[in-house]
Write a protein that binds this ligand. Structure first.
Ligand code: 0RA
Length: 647
């Protein structure tokens, strides 16, 4: 690729704001939190800078390497962080970039920096939060190096050699004094973001190497992400375990009013809408103006085409609404905005109004072209749209029926539900319990003032393979819907989160294969049909202990093997007799034990279910629950090491 040497850059372009003490004092303010998420955010912060270099046309290769000693190295072949002297501060530009907050330095408006949400706080934050940080820069024919400890310069900028290449190599150890929960990087978490970045930036290749993980062939675990087809490849990847309607996704690319737009979309035989949008590589989970532009264009061009070709018969009873055009739709929309305004609760909603019309005009025009040129596919899509409209009408009737039935059966709550006595959703919780027998123990063990119990019998329906009508016919799902009080569906009329009767919904299943299957089915249902519950943090997973250790009157519980061993060693040291039993299911615990270990808010641990990356969660659900067995088997084998679902 063409590279310029970047010598036009001046150190004085860098704006200086403040030092790094602030970051160490209140790390969560800068990186979101100090748990695993914040830890992994450090990597994104560095890689985003490399991606900025790629967006500016100066970089096409990035390597992320995890070392056995806990450190990580990010290498790119960009221009290299500038090393010339900053005239006012009297220090090299690189020192400003790495030790001053918000010293981004790239102010040319033609570049689309990754800067929104939590991103864009700068590599200096990473430096501040590392016990040791080294930057090596290859630039102007020379190799330079500089080192820091907890943000403080330990080895000033020095020349260490010569080179014809350019680039930046950052190596750091996350600070265990800051990340007290864990300093362990997870391959899969990093892989997910690197893959996403590679889809969104087809010009780059990202190598991810894990030196901690030596494979059977003696090589390190390594994956390479490069997708020349960009978002088109992304859509094909997302639909891998679905049945697409067309040979390849529709691909639209262009620039309108200074906004570069890239879009790929495809229809499949599922019933879900999976639209992911990005602004400057940031996942805009809350949508925004680019998404509304896209939706309007989609509805308008399909409607125009359908009317022109008389696909919707004049006088037909079905009325088609916007959501019918989105059933079974998988799409990725990526736009670049020079000065993005992010709004919303999580700052992932694009606010720039000019982007709506830019996207709408471009997509409308190009989609019309596609429909005219591909009459067969257009017909297939529109036939499906008409079916969706008919099913929506039928589902509306089914919903009314559920409502009527529950009104006729008295208070409207399902018979199996043991409700709590308080009427305050914020403090009320409901346990969804696998099986009637565990349900019985939970009913006896609970604190009935604020804990409700809903036992679920057998497996619930796999919603990934059923349409809304089938789903609404399912007894277990009906019970969940009526117990929660929200209704069900994708529109704000059908699903009203304000009506939620319990702010904590706790899934409690056995710690075995069946239990995890039921948990996944429930999560899939919530994710697909009650998404705000997941997004607003209402869904939790209960964690019953794996072992009970009895020594005379003393009873202890262990949730994992190391804890069990620690307790056993202590007992052996104290020369006590003991008995260890492994809980196979919830049913083996009596009500008191279930309360003590799993339900008592003072002692239980609940895992909050979050949607960290919507695209990854979608992929996970369609793979785990979809039609194709092969990708599912592969997926489970690859991820067998990670026992818990982190969606
Ligand atoms: C400040 C200014 C420029 C580039 C960078 C920082 C930069 C930072 C990182 C971090 C990792 N890789 C990076 N690559 C570049 C602009 C450089 C110029 O105009 O020459």
């Amino acid at each position: 690729m063409a590279k310029n040497n970047g010598s036009d850059y001046k150190a004085s372009n860098i704006q200086v704001l403040e030092g790094l003490e602030a970051v160490r004092k209140r790390p969560a303010m800068y990186i979101g939190d100090i748990g695993p998420r914040g830890l992994h955010h450090l990597i994104n912060e560095v890689v985003d800078n490399s991606i900025d270099e790629a967006l500016a046309g100066h970089c096409d290769t990035i390597e992320v390497r995890l070392f056995d000693n806990g450190s990580i190295r990010i290498t790119d072949n960009g221009r290299g962080i500038p090393v010339d002297m900053h005239p006012k501060l009297g220090m090299p530009a690189i020192e400003v970039v790495l030790t001053k907050l918000h010293a981004g330095g790239k102010f040319d408006k033609d570049s689309y920096k990754v800067s929104g949400g939590l991103h864009g706080v700068g590599v200096s934050c990473v430096n501040a939060l590392s016990t040791h940080f080294q930057a090596e820069v290859w630039r102007d024919g020379k190799k330079y190096s500089m080192e820091f400890e907890r943000g403080i310069t330990k080895s000033p900028l020095k020349e260490i050699g010569t080179t014809k290449e350019t680039g930046t190599i950052i190596t750091f150890f996350p600070d265990y004094e800051i990340f007290t929960q864990t300093v362990e990087f997870k391959f899969d978490v990093i892989a997910e973001r690197m893959r996403e970045l590679a889809f969104l930036n087809p010009q780059v290749t990202i190598d991810l190497i894990d030196e901690r993980d030596i494979q059977d062939d003696g090589e390190f675990l390594q994956e390479t992400y490069h997708y020349a087809g960009g978002v088109k490849d992304f859509v094909a990847y997302l639909d891998e375990s679905r049945e697409p309607f067309m040979e390849e996704p529709i691909y639209i690319e262009g620039e309108m009013d200074g906004v570069p737009v890239e879009l790929a979309l495809q229809y499949n035989s599922s019933f879900n809408e999976n639209v992911f949008s990005y602004v400057n590589n940031i996942n805009t989970r809350e949508g925004g103006t680019h998404i509304s532009g896209f939706r309007r264009a989609l509805t308008r061009s399909f409607k125009t085409y359908a009317e022109k070709n008389k696909i919707i018969k004049p006088g037909s009873k079905v009325t088609i609404s916007g959501e019918d055009f989105r059933e079974g739709l998988t799409a990725v929309l990526s736009v670049k905005v020079a000065e993005p305004q992010f709004e919303g609760q999580t700052k992932t909603k694009l606010g720039n109004s000019e982007v709506q019309s830019a996207v709408e005009v471009l997509v409308y025009e190009k989609l019309n072209e596609y429909l005219e040129q591909n009459p067969k596919n257009s017909r297939k899509i529109l036939d499906k749209v008409v079916l969706a409209a008919e099913a929506r009408e039928a589902a509306r009737k089914a919903r009314q029926l559920i409502q009527r039935k529950s009104i006729m059966s008295g208070g409207g709550l399902p018979g199996k539900l043991a409700d709590c006595s308080i009427n305050d959703p914020e403090h009320a919780e409901v346990y969804l319990v696998e099986g009637d027998s565990a349900g019985g123990s939970a009913k006896m063990g609970r604190n009935r003032s604020f804990q409700a119990i809903l036992p679920l019998r057998g497996k619930i329906l796999n919603v990934e393979k059923a349409n809304i009508n089938k789903i609404l016919e399912n007894k277990e799902i009906q019970a969940i819907i009526t117990a929660l009080g929200t209704g069900v569906g994708h529109s704000e009329e059908d699903f009203e989160v304000e009506k939620l009767r319990y702010h904590k919904i706790i899934i409690m299943t056995d710690a075995d294969v069946d239990g995890s299957h039921i948990r996944t089915l429930l999560l899939t249902f919530f994710y697909r049909y009650m998404k705000p519950l997941v997004e607003n943090g209402h869904i939790y997973i209960a964690t019953p202990p794996l072992y009970k250790i009895t020594a005379g009157k003393q009873i202890e519980y262990a949730w994992d093997d190391p804890t069990r061993d620690r307790i056993l060693n202590q007992l052996k040291k104290d020369k006590k007799k003991f008995d260890v039993s492994r809980y196979k299911g919830l049913g083996e615990m009596n009500p008191e034990q279930l309360w003590e270990t799993t339900m008592d808010p003072e002692f239980r641990t609940l895992q909050l279910v979050t949607v960290d990356s919507a695209a990854a969660a979608d992929k996970l659900f369609s793979t785990l629950m979809g039609d194709d067995v092969e990708p599912r088997r592969e997926f489970i084998e690859r991820n067998a090491r990670y026992a818990t679902l982190d969606v």
